[in-house]
Design a binder for this molecule. Structure first.
Ligand code: 5GP
Ligand code: MN
Length: 335
């Protein structure tokens, strides 16, 4: 599956790596792993994203290799690069401002991804829907190319796998995921130290905000759909900086409810700017629901971002669509 990409890696010299807006552990961990992998091959590599990494993941990049895209500063880098490597995204609009560089077509582009195929936007697409994470794909690529994995590479891959499998909990976890993790530990990375950095690093403000979010928790009458909101008011009252920390923990608490099929978290990031996270316990394809609202993702973990939209009507619309999907599933079981 990596044939075309390996040819590109061997032949080209200058690479820019990028990932989606609001990058998560998978995006950032894999970028760092790819960065070191290519550097070790003597390539010139830049890491340029629309958004800065969350403070949660600063331990990944002590040398400050991540750049926040600024057209004036970076356009020339994109123009003179040979390859744009876009990772962990199913559609180009997830690149934010960086999409412009991709559209300019002055650079050969590679999409390296594990989402269900959506639309083709790069010159080559290297996609493995069955991979737990991008990190797993990078590990496979390194193996196929016979490349040495170093501690930096192992750390990036491990963070990617750890975060996208919800610490080896979700349905994308299998024996291969564990075998790779076991292999990575041989390079001297320390699971507890990584765990502490990501999961035991919450600010006081974040825990306060979680409390406020939990106060909004609701269940529908079937007890199969749960949802909660993070309002602008709650963000202001707790003084939580939305762009500083990983927020996966919020929806993790919700999905721990017994008996539910789907959980939704509506976050009013800014006034009239709403981020919706959808999680399924394995029976409902929430990617299909997200796509109806212009979002996307994986079958059991998806998201929608809505601009110029009010919180309450958005909640009602998405709840209705999700209830219908749950009902269709429950009815199909009865037949
Ligand atoms: P989260 O809820 O953690 O932000 O996102 C879960 C998954 O949904 C991500 O891994 C990503 O694949 C997808 N996703 C999140 N937000 C969006 C969005 O606004 N648009 C699209 N197309 N996918 C999203
Ligand atoms: Mn991912």
């Amino acid at each position: 599956m990596f044939e075309d990409l390996i040819k590109v890696i061997k032949e080209k010299q200058k690479f820019v790596i990028t990932t989606h807006i609001n990058p998560d552990g998978d995006g950032l961990g894999s970028e760092i792993a790819f960065f070191h992998l290519l550097k070790n091959l003597g390539k010139e590599v830049s890491l340029i994203n629309q958004d800065p990494p969350l403070v949660t993941y600063s331990f990944l990049d002590k040398k400050g290799n991540f750049c926040v895209y600024n057209r004036e500063l970076h356009h020339q880098i994109f123009k003179s690069a040979d390859v744009l490597l876009a990772i962990d995204l199913s559609s180009p609009d997830r690149l934010g401002a960086v999409e412009e560089e991709l559209k300019n077509k002055h650079i050969y582009s590679v999409c390296f991804d594990h989402h269900p195929p959506d639309k083709k936007f790069a010159d080559i697409h290297v996609v493995n829907e069955n991979a737990s994470s991008i990190g797993e794909m990078i590990y496979d690529l390194a193996k196929e190319m016979g490349l040495n994995v170093t501690k930096d590479i192992a750390l990036g891959i491990y963070v990617s796998i750890l975060t996208d499998t919800g610490s080896f909990k979700y349905t994308n976890t299998n024996s291969k995921t564990h075998v790779i993790a076991a292999e990575l530990l041989k390079f001297g990375i320390e699971p507890y130290s990584i765990y502490k950095n990501i999961y035991e690093n919450n600010s006081y403000q974040k825990i306060l905000l979680m409390g406020k979010m939990l106060n909004t928790l609701q269940l529908d009458e079937s007890n199969k759909l749960a949802w909660a909101v993070v309002t602008q008011k709650a963000l202001q009252e707790t003084e939580f900086d939305y762009n500083s920390e990983d927020k996966e923990g919020f929806i993790d608490i919700l999905r721990s409810l017994n008996g539910i099929e789907v959980v939704l978290l509506f976050s009013e990031k800014e006034k009239d700017f709403i981020k919706v996270s959808l999680r399924s316990k394995g029976n409902i394809d929430v990617n299909q629901i997200a796509m109806k609202f212009g979002g996307g993702g994986h079958p059991f973990a998806a998201g929608v971002t809505l601009n110029n939209t009010k919180l309450e009507p958005t909640v009602q619309k998405i709840l209705l669509e999700t209830s219908n999907s749950i009902k269709a599933f429950t009815d199909s079981r009865k037949e």
